[in-house]
Structures are given as C-alpha cells and as structure tokens.
Design a protein. Sequence first.
Length: 123
Amino acid sequence: MINVVFYTKKDYIIGYKIEGHSDYYKRLSVKIRRFFKGNNEKDVICASVSSAAYMAAVGLKEVLKRTIFYRENSFGFMELYLKDESDKESEIIFRSLKTILEKIEKEYKGNIIIRTEEKKDGS
C-alpha cells in the first residue's frame, strides 16, 4: 500500500510524504507477469506515483527556484516540504500532484491512500 500525506498550512499545501509500495505487480496473474519478464520494479502504480512526485519536486526546486527540504530512500520513501513561504505558484504544483494521485487512487482502489495533515508552526 502506498500512503501519501499532504502537509497543509493556512489553506496551502506545503509538502508531501510518500511511503510504501503498491505491490500491484505481485497481484497480477502469472500469465500477465510473463510479459514483464521480471520483478516488482515494473509496478505501474509505483512508477506513476514516483514519476508525478519527482516532477513536482523538480518543478518546485528547478523551475520555481523554491528552497525545499527533500529526502528519499530506495525503499519507497520520499518527503518534501517548502522551506520558503507558500505561494500561488507552489500551490499549483502541489495541487497538480494531489489531483494526479487522486486519479490513481480512484483507478486503483486499495493500492494508494491519500490524506492531509495540518502542520503547526515549528513542526
């Protein structure tokens, strides 16, 4: 299961944390898995979520030049949040990511869960 938390503050999304794997590939029939000739790295849900999350990170850091906190590991974990004040341009990127992930959540029920968490000052 992929768990996504969007951090919010004063009606703005200020970051996100994504962790876990969908394991969708493992649930496919053996016949279908043969087309992939391999392993869980061919998981379409994990690939879609990762791609969208990386695009948001690049959009914030490289395109908008925002200062961010970012960390990830190879075990299905990524966390990002703004160190700058939130603004309308950053919000567009975060809302776009959230919309894409909600569409994936709707299409692949039970593989991804999205929630929001209000961040207080100093946390």
